[in-house]
Write a protein that binds this ligand. Structure first.
Ligand SMILES: *Cc1c(COP(=O)(O)O)cnc(C)c1O
Length: 232
């Protein structure tokens, strides 16, 4: 199948998953994850209707940014503080905030650029050593710290990547737990202009339908749209 066909197929499955869980399909956004893929492939996805692209590495995002123009770019991978400056005026949302230090740097650069940056807090639920993200016990404290000192950052919700699994169903418990944390932080008494909690970024090629059933509002799909990545 072509990238166009793949994209339209995933879009259909996304909408169907939302409907069967009693949700409005418009409340779940399909993001195309473009890492390791070439500009021509990205254009094909845009032609099929893709609006939001996600990259996990700053360098790769920058190299595509001048050439490819989706409606929005998202940074979804680990971000080092010394690279914030390079992407601050190029992305709509940073999905991977996992420290106050990083939030402070985003705040400083956003403020200098005269914008407010939307961010998600990345949770590492299984507390895997190999992964970035904070543990669930630290989420509330981090959000409160960001809200109290980062005027040019707006917290929008949570992102998670469950542990690698053999079966997609294995991810369900992590999605469910993440949704629970999401509901808890929604209940916090936070000023809207600093924390407008409405975004839950979870679900990838293998398990996006399960993530939608469990409440995801952004699914990040790469290989099911663009094909397997070639890590040479
Ligand atoms: C690569 C990546 C994805 C997409 O993964 P696929 O399994 O190819 O859909 C989603 N989220 C993040 C953070 C990624 O790095």
């Amino acid at each position: 199948m072509s990238i166009r066909d793949n994209y339209l197929e995933i879009l259909k499955r996304k909408d169907a998953a939302a409907k069967r869980s009693g949700r409005n399909p418009e409340d779940v956004m399909l993001m195309a994850v473009t890492k390791k893929h070439e500009p021509d492939e990205l254009r094909e996805a845009i032609d099929a209707g893709a609006t939001d692209f996600g990259e996990n590495k700053v360098q790769e995002l920058l190299s595509k940014y001048d050439e490819i123009h989706p409606e929005r770019w998202h940074l979804i991978g680990h971000l080092q503080t010394n690279k914030v400056r390079q992407i601050i005026d190029k992305v709509t949302m940073i999905h991977s905030v996992d420290s106050l230090k990083l939030a402070r740097e985003i705040n400083k650069r956003a403020s200098a650029a005269g914008i407010v940056m939307d961010v998600l807090i990345e949770i590492n639920l299984a507390e895997e050593e190999s992964k970035t993200g904070i543990s669930k016990g630290e989420v509330q404290e981090l959000i409160e710290a960001i809200v109290s000192e980062c005027e040019s950052v707006r917290v929008r919700g949570i992102m998670c990547i469950p542990p690698r699994a053999d079966a997609p169903e294995d991810s369900r418990k992590y999605f469910r737990e993440t949704k629970g944390i999401f509901e808890e932080i929604k209940e916090l008494d936070l000023p809207k202009e600093r924390a407008d909690i409405d975004t839950l970024s979870m679900g990838m090629s293998a398990d996006f339908e399960i993530a939608i059933e469990e409440g995801s509002t952004i699914v990040r799909v790469g290989s099911s749209i663009f094909g397997q990545r070639d890590y040479r």
